[in-house]
Design a protein. Structure first.
Length: 63
């Protein structure tokens, strides 16, 4: 995370990292624990993904 702070604002980095954590947790729970995600879960994950894409596309990130 310290290296990423050289390239991104801390607030944007935190949001992106939080979103990645949610997606990774859902994915790993499916693989290792066999947990199924219901429709509401997929909708929520979709909102998270769309939100991350909006932040990445339209925020003022200096790279």
């Amino acid at each position: 995370a310290a290296i990423a702070l050289k390239y991104m604002q801390a607030g944007i980095l935190y949001v992106l990292w939080s979103g990645v954590g949610v997606l990774a947790t859902a994915f790993l729970a499916k693989i290792f624990l066999g947990q199924n995600i219901d429709v509401a879960g997929w909708i929520g994950i979709g909102f998270i993904t769309v939100g991350l894409m909006i932040i990445a596309q339209y925020s003022n990130i200096d790279v």
